[in-house]
Design a protein around this ligand. Structure first.
Ligand code: ADP
Ligand code: MG
Length: 694
């Protein structure tokens, strides 16, 4: 089997049920294993067996369902600005209301419809109806041929019912409203897409590349890893890479959401889509296009729709049932009242798309707007879970603390000099990536102490390192690794100060102790206090560090703690809370906590910019190291769910009232048709609030 994943653009999807049509059309093809269709980013991701299907078969199937697979990537149209969008929204609202009002006053009250019906020949009326509604009828016919019932099918039945009783003017107006309804829906869908498109539009398109002494402007697709990219003041950095010369202040807000620029110089890693404000840079390209941090963020936002919230699953199921239910209500109405106009009204008031749109439009708005502020949310599912979360587990080192410990004490136990201890410890730690190892190496560097090359280096996660230095067996680590440390009295004094101890053994004899202290991030206490007010009842610190260091910090923050943990224990603790029915948020630095982050209901990686593991493993990635983002993301989740619930409640109430009025004959068909676009506008306006986050 030749399995493959194919990603194709789909055009023409301007309603929420459209994704389901495309989904069905592709799913039916032999050899297709799974399909995921995205309304927001207008694409489909298809898992298929290459031998059986090819692109042209898929294109034919998609076209058969009434949509298209564009061949070349058309130039991106610039997204509408926020003010522009709000202006159009207001205009649309006013327009639709004015139209409904005039229809009611002139049409119904003054009897203009009857007048038109009597004076204009029926056949001419019929032609007008067919001409005006042609695009709609065409959709209905192609859907019917594919054995699908779409919301237009019901409306078309409503039009036919009006024609049957000779009310061509009513039918014509219904057609007008159907077209307006489509326009509104199109606009609504577009509004949902906007957040994603705004983000995509930040991607760099070209790069100025140094080639044989010349600077050439190249489209980003032609830039290669290792190329030297030049960035001038005010320009967008085109690649992820390392600065090799020059100096500039860089605005990284496109990635981190932080508007305060950073200083970049030789050796600094910079990211694509950020902007060099003052100064120029020469950068060696390390990652390009979709591989850059920005590229990954965009891709994940585009595909966030794939991680659907449960509310959306329910709404989707419901909207699949909704049309048949409406058809049944219409049939019953006709059987009881024998009134074709009431029946038509029932068919026309149906607007299943607003059910299908209520959730994704709010989710897309939140995910898109958050991404621009340095909060990468991988899907509506996680916003939904986060809004219900009640337990927060926090990794200590590198998450609550800066992760840059300093060695504060060096103690010799067996006659070795301070320099010898530092030299041996730093040599053993030479190839460890642990922050404590870095601290020891930094101390050695600061005191100009030379290092030896370690032999047989071994790193033991959550414990320490072992290596052969100058033919001596050296071990540096905590009590778990060096049990003889238990007998040391001075240890507990240092630990009581919240310090982490590195015990050092040489040939199984305890020869020294190094104490390191890490600094708590300053915004943590306030942020945690805030988090408590947002419904998180239990906060617990998880650390591989010693009991004393953990308890000192936990006490200061007023949280519970567990110390001396191995990385795998953290997963067990997450599971333990889940088994008790809690919804667990885990926050970590994403590197050695990745498994626990993945196990948590919501895993949040802190400071994820540039670290792939963190972005992959977490469900939510905070692109800058700022604890204020934690309460912020909780608030965003809660707000989003409030908007989603409001949207669903509003649509349900609206449709229930509409259907009842229509069935009992209180709603003339024209008004029913006019009224069906109002819920869409309501949902759109309500969800647009999420785009404007404080
Ligand atoms: P945390 O859970 O706080 O992120 P880790 O699981 O990374 O901590 O490490 C737990 C403990 O293991 C550290 O506090 C330290 O005592 C010890 N340790 C881990 N790696 C090293 C190392 N390279 N050198 C010395 N000690 C280490
Ligand atoms: Mg850690």
């Amino acid at each position: 089997m030749d399995d493959q994943t194919l990603e194709i653009p789909i055009s023409g999807m301007d309603c929420a049920e459209c994704t389901q049509h495309v989904q069905h059309a592709i799913e039916k093809l032999p050899g297709v294993q799974s399909v995921n269709v995205f309304l927001g980013s207008e694409k489909a991701i298809i898992k298929l067996d290459n031998a059986q299907v090819d692109l042209s078969t898929i294109r034919t199937a998609v076209q058969g369902a009434g949509y298209d697979v564009p061949t070349s990537t058309d130039p991106q149209t610039d997204p509408v600005s926020m003010e522009d969008f709000n202006r159009r929204l207001t205009l649309l609202l006013v327009g639709v209301f004015a139209l409904i009002l005039s229809v009611v006053i002139f049409g119904e009250l003054l009897g203009w419809f009857d007048f038109l019906n009597e004076r204009v020949p029926f056949l001419l009326g019929l032609v007008i109806v067919i001409a005006g509604g042609y695009p709609v009828f065409k959709n209905v016919i192609s859907a019917t041929l594919n054995r699908q019932i779409i919301s237009h099918t019901l409306m078309t039945l409503g039009v036919i019912a009006a024609l049957v009783v000779g009310q061509w003017a009513t039918a014509a107006l219904v057609v007008v409203f159907m077209r307006i309804g489509d326009y509104v829906e199109n606009f609504t869908t577009e509004s949902a897409r906007r957040a994603v498109k705004e983000l995509t539009s930040l991607a760099p398109q070209t790069a100025r590349v140094e080639q044989t002494g010349l600077e050439i402007e190249l489209p980003i697709a032609q830039v290669k890893v290792g190329d030297i990219v030049i960035v001038r003041p005010g320009e967008k950095i085109a690649v992820d890479g390392e600065v090799i010369s020059g100096q500039a202040t860089v605005d990284q807000s496109a990635i981190t959401g932080e508007s305060m620029p950073i200083e970049a110089a030789n050796g600094t890693h910079v990211y694509a889509a950020t902007i060099a404000k003052l100064g120029s840079l020469r950068i060696r390209a390390e990652r390009i296009g979709v591989d850059t941090t920005f590229g990954r963020v965009v891709k994940m936002v585009e595909e966030a729709e794939g991680h659907r919230a449960d509310v959306q699953r329910i709404a989707d199921k419901f909207s699949a049932w909704y049309l048949p239910v409406v058809a049944a209500i219409a049939a019953i109405t006709f059987l009881i009242t024998r009134n074709p106009l009431s029946t038509a009204a029932v068919l026309l008031v149906a607007c299943s798309c607003s059910f299908a749109l209520a959730t994704p439009i709010a989710m897309l708005a939140s995910v898109g707007a958050s991404a621009k502020r340095g909060l990468l949310i991988k899907g509506g599912k996680y916003l939904e879970l986060l809004a219900r979360a009640d337990v927060l587990l926090v990794d200590k080192t590198g998450t609550l603390t800066l992760g840059q410990p300093q060695v504060t004490d060096v103690i010799s136990l067996n006659g070795l000099s301070r320099t010898e201890i530092i030299s041996i410890a730093a040599s053993a730690e030479r190839y460890s990536e642990h922050p404590l190892a870095e601290a020891v190496r930094r101390l050695a560097g600061a005191e100009n102490i030379s290092l030896n090359e370690p032999q047989d280096f071994e790193s033991v996660p959550g414990q320490g390192v072992r290596a052969l230095i100058d033919a001596r067996r050296i071990a540096v680590g905590n009590r778990r690794m060096i049990p003889s440390a238990e007998t040391l009295n001075l240890a507990s004094d240092l630990e009581a100060q919240g310090k982490t101890l590195l015990f050092m053994e040489s040939d199984h004899e305890l020869v020294g102790v190094l104490a390191a202290a890490d600094t708590l991030r300053e915004e943590v206490p306030t942020a945690l206090k805030y988090v408590r007010t947002l419904g998180i009842g239990h906060i617990e610190l998880l650390t591989g560090d010693n009991e004393r260091a953990a308890s000192t910090l936990a006490e200061k923050l007023g949280v519970s703690y567990r110390a001396n943990l191995l990385p795998e224990h953290k997963i067990d603790i997450v599971k333990e809370y889940q088994a008790k029915g809690h919804v667990v948020v885990m926050i970590g630095d994403g590197v050695n906590d990745a498994p626990a982050l993945a196990q948590a209901d919501i895993g949040i990686a802190m400071g994820a910019a540039g670290t792939d593991v963190a972005i992959e493993a977490a469900h939510i990635a905070l692109m800058r190291e700022d604890w204020n983002l934690v309460p912020e993301i909780l608030k965003i989740a809660q707000r989003t769910m409030r908007v989603v619930k409001m949207n669903l409640l509003f649509t349900t109430a609206y449709n229930a009232i509409g259907l009842t009025l229509a069935a009992f004959g209180f709603l003339p068909p024209v008004l029913a048709a006019a009224a069906q676009s109002l819920p869409d506008i309501g949902i759109m306006g309500n969800s647009a609030r999420l785009l404007k986050q404080k």
